[in-house]
Design a protein around this ligand. Structure first.
Ligand SMILES: Nc1ncnc2c1ncn2[C@@H]1O[C@H](COP(=O)(O)OP(=O)(O)OP(=O)(O)O)[C@@H](O)[C@H]1O
Length: 222
């Protein structure tokens, strides 16, 4: 057993003590093995984002364990969870969430500086990552000067900046037109494969899901 992520018996209800509780996840278990890329497919509202937030230590489940790199994070203090988030996890969302006042390179450098990486090493890594997604010539441009697909490619680089072991992605190409989505998704997969990263990627797109190692349908997991 060498899982990067194990979710074990996860349940989550929003507004538990209020008049209208929303039960989203019930006794859900899943795992992502080292180097494995798993698609998470579910109808809208089934709880994909909730699950990714729990896996990403941004939210806590009502019951169950979240084990990352064989360490049970469920009962850990905020500081340990934040540290694990910064060092072991990378996040990509439907919208790029890049910092608008910084260049593409700076957006990739900043999270590394926050982790204690030297400026020189951080810049070298940013240049390497941008080169891998075909954006070496855009490194000094700000997000607003780039297309949606280019912005999202920079967001992939930022997610990988600190060499995480697990990438969590929520509809990473969901905001792009179908042709761009296809190309950009290919780049993400190449990047993930080249770096040996494990990933849990939520998507509505069955064609994209079919390119991953395994597909988990949320309704079938519980
Ligand atoms: N903070 C909250 N309080 C109450 N209900 C919530 C909260 N967050 C999410 N929900 C509800 O929980 C359910 C699952 O939401 P979630 O965002 O995880 O779904 P999803 O599968 O990611 O949906 P989509 O694919 O449309 O983004 C939805 O019915 C949503 O309305």
């Amino acid at each position: 057993m060498n899982d990067v992520l194990l979710l074990d018996g996860i349940s989550k209800t929003y507004g538990k003590d209020g008049p209208a509780p929303v039960r989203v996840l019930q006794d859900l278990s899943l795992s992502v093995g080292r180097g494995e890329v798993v698609a998470l497919v579910a109808p809208s509202g089934a709880g994909k984002s909730t699950l990714l937030h729990i896996a990403g230590l941004l939210d806590t489940p009502d019951t169950g364990r979240v084990v990352i790199n064989e360490r049970d994070m469920s009962g850990q203090r905020d500081r340990a969870r934040t540290e694990a988030r910064r060092r072991q996890l990378g996040f990509v969302y439907q919208f790029h969430h890049l910092l608008p006042e910084f260049t593409a390179a700076e957006n990739i450098v900043l999270p590394q500086l926050a982790n204690g990486v030297s400026d020189t090493a951080a810049r070298a890594r940013a240049a390497d990552l941008l080169g891998r997604v075909g954006l070496a010539h855009r490194s000094e441009h700000r997000p607003a000067q780039m297309s949606g697909g280019e912005q999202q490619r920079v967001a992939f680089c930022r997610a990988l900046a600190n060499q995480p072991s697990l990438l969590l992605a929520d509809e990473p190409t969901g905001n792009l037109d179908p042709a761009t989505s296809d190309t950009v998704f290919d780049m993400l997969m190449t990047l993930v494969r080249e770096t040996g990263l494990s990933a849990l990627i939520a998507t509505h797109n069955m064609e994209l899901a079919g390119r991953m190692d395994r597909v988990i349908r949320l309704n079938e997991v519980a």
